[in-house]
Design a protein. Sequence first.
Length: 232
Amino acid sequence: MLELKGLRCGYGSLEAVHGIDLVVPQGQITALIGPNGAGKSSTLMAIMGHVKVLGGSIEFQGKSIGGLSPAQRTRLGLAIAPEGRRIFHDLSVRENLIVGGYLLDRADSSAREAEVLRLFPRLAERARQQAGSLSGGEQQMLAIGRALMAGPSVLLVDELSLGLMPKVVDDIFSALIQLKGQGLTVLLVEQNIQRVLVDADWVAVLTAGRLAHCGPAAEVGSHKDLASMLLG
């Protein structure tokens, strides 16, 4: 579904990711874990076209997307719930969702909105509420819901559980597992290692911009050097 080949990316002359190879399997949840500054968020943003690729390639469904704009990548089937959520605080929940479905006609947008609200009942209860007044967990649900409005085949989620209550994290992971059952591919950055090792199918460990290990979640969880890798 998504493959990184020798990916190098960064900001200006600063290289944050130094040649990683990663395959994201179709219909699975893959998690990127590692210490702060390891290059996890930079990798997601490079996939979406928001961070400059300095070398290597990004392939989506077997074709290179390196020359495509973020909007073109969205049209192909990639979508992101970014770090910090970046919702439109002055718009209502429903208006945020409509913005996420800007590529759709009215009928398709309405149908997809209904699907998102079924997935996240809390958002349905607050559909007319100003997004800036939502709790942190509800804002994260909205950020994911807005990304889903584009109808992606691959969903990227950056820092899913950061600052959220455990019950909210449970609800969001349950929603992602439900989406996986419907065929969605998920690539997420997550700090909650215990949760990742239970709910993800594949785990990739990044340290200092390099891929330290990648494999099935159970295998990564039992790796004798996992703690040292996570500490960088």
